[in-house]
Design a protein around this ligand. Structure first.
Ligand SMILES: *Cc1c(COP(=O)(O)O)cnc(C)c1O
Length: 470
């Protein structure tokens, strides 16, 4: 394909994109293909001869699209949303058109300086104090890995990268049972080992870590000659929105000189609204905070905002500069590849710039508030149905429930059957989790084009399908 044929295709795909987003709500949310359907529809061998884009595009519609689960569907209430708002899609089009690789300042100064400015815009939007510096990581998992590596190196006085962990006292990291699995993986990859990830019991309606138990665990480890290194807190956990008492836990982390990381991958976006900030009091005392604009802020995957109280700790952990990566003769520049595990970096700040300007913070806040209010209203309606139980209360727009008709014994089996039946029906999409061992169904609202009517429809679908099962 030649570049002088591009604009015809660009227009066609722009029209396709607009039409897709305007009509996606008419499709079943979850893909209806069986395992292997797409694989078997794709030829086993690559073509030797060039093929017209016309044919490729036709196959895209016929083979690929049926195997897509529609994350941009207004009734996608599963997992957490991953929104691609219109201005974000435009920005990604431009970023892919110029396709810079933004590992160093000099490999695209605009990308680096835009990233610095956008992270500072987000710092303002969240009302984090001046002094927090930010970097865009590809995902929260990467940010958490970077934070765990930093806690390891700081605890080892920066000797771990050089000497490895052999012969060191075991390092200990503390978190509740509600943190995301990316914390476990970071612990594995950092060489700390699952056995040294200490699970602190939770208490209270927010299912947050018990600070007294945290302090007791740190003290017990010190008494037995182990080496406490850091604390990972969660604000808006993935299963039920579990939220640790940030203030109390950070006080203990500071008392023992432990590095702290706050995972607010989903709920962090909501902190652009002042009325939700009571969920993370004292967060300005954290060393590291992560949230994903690619979940709830309209900026499509991937775009993860990682704030550092002292970026030097992170840079000292991750920077490596062979001669070919050095930028000589320029002072005061940032090479963001020294702030992350991967070297290569996409131009991700551009879509933040487009989205924040196109909606304004007020436009973004209005969406988030609607999602929370509509979700809470749905919760209230379902709570008043005698055959349903609310299992966990709304945390922002997330809560969990069970269908529990009188006399039914195996509720795990019934609710798994219910969530599968709902997803086969296709009007809405939900996922399950476990709370204290019980299988429960999650509801969360957060799709950018969802309406009050879409959320209301979930009530009809859930109650109608549930009652048809028994
Ligand atoms: C989604 C999520 C993650 C993982 O995010 P990625 O960007 O996919 O790595 C981590 N923690 C929490 C609380 C999440 O909700």
């Amino acid at each position: 394909m030649k570049w002088d044929e591009f604009s015809d295709w660009g227009k066609r795909i722009a029209e396709w994109t607009q039409d897709y987003h305007l009509t996606v709500g008419d499709k079943p949310v979850r893909a209806r293909t069986e395992p292997g359907d797409i694989l078997n529809a794709l030829p086993a061998r690559p073509p030797e001869a060039a093929q017209p884009i016309e044919d490729v595009f036709r196959d895209f519609e016929q083979i690929v699209m049926p195997g897509i689960t529609h994350w941009q569907h207004p009734r996608f209430f599963a997992y957490f949303n991953s929104n691609a708002s219109a201005p974000s899609v435009l920005a990604e089009f431009l970023a892919s058109a110029i396709a810079p690789q933004c590992m160093l300042w000099q490999t695209s100064p605009a990308a680096t300086e835009m990233e610095t400015r956008m992270m500072d815009w987000l710092r303002h939007a969240l009302d984090l104090p001046e002094g927090f510096a930010g970097v865009i990581q590809d995902s929260a998992s990467s940010a958490t890995l970077a934070a765990v590596l930093t806690m390891r190196e700081k605890a080892l006085k920066w000797r771990g990268n050089q000497q490895g962990l052999f012969g060191q006292k075991p390092l200990r990291v503390y978190c509740s049972a509600e943190v995301h699995t990316s914390v476990d993986r970071a612990i594995w990859v950092a060489g700390i080992g699952q056995d040294n990830l200490v699970r602190i019991p939770i208490k209270g309606g927010w299912r947050g870590m018990d600070p007294e138990a945290l302090e007791a665990a740190i003290q017990a480890d010190l008494d037995s000659g182990l080496h406490p290194a850091g604390v990972v807190l969660c604000v808006g956990g993935t299963g039920t929105g579990a939220t640790d008492p940030v203030d109390d836990c950070l006080k203990i982390a500071r008392k023992y000189g432990l590095y702290s990381h706050v995972d607010a991958a989903w709920a962090g976006s909501a902190m652009i609204c002042p009325e939700y900030r009571h969920y993370w009091p004292g967060v300005d005392q954290a060393d590291s905070i992560v949230f994903n604009p690619h979940k709830w802020l309209g900026v499509q995957f991937d775009c993860c905002a990682h704030f550092l109280k002292d970026p030097d700790d992170l840079v000292q952990t991750l920077a490596i500069s062979p001669e070919y990566l050095k930028t000589h003769g320029k002072d005061g520049i940032i090479n963001y590849s020294e702030w992350s595990v991967p070297l290569g970096r996409r131009f991700r700040a551009l879509k933040l710039w487009f989205v924040i300007r196109a909606y304004g913070l007020e436009g973004l806040r209005a969406r988030l508030r609607n999602h929370v209010n509509w979700s809470v209203a749905l919760h209230d309606r379902l709570a008043s149905e005698a055959d349903f139980q609310i299992v966990t209360q709304p945390m922002w727009s997330l809560w969990t429930f069970r269908y529990a008709p009188a006399g039914h014994m195996d509720l795990d089996e019934l609710n798994l059957r219910l969530v599968n039946a709902i997803n086969d029906d296709g009007r809405i999409y939900l996922t399950q989790t476990r709370v204290d061992g019980d299988l429960v169904i999650r509801f969360q609202a957060g799709q950018f084009e969802t309406t009050e009517e879409d959320v209301r429809m979930a009530f009809d679908v859930i109650t109608e399908i549930a009652r048809s099962l028994t």
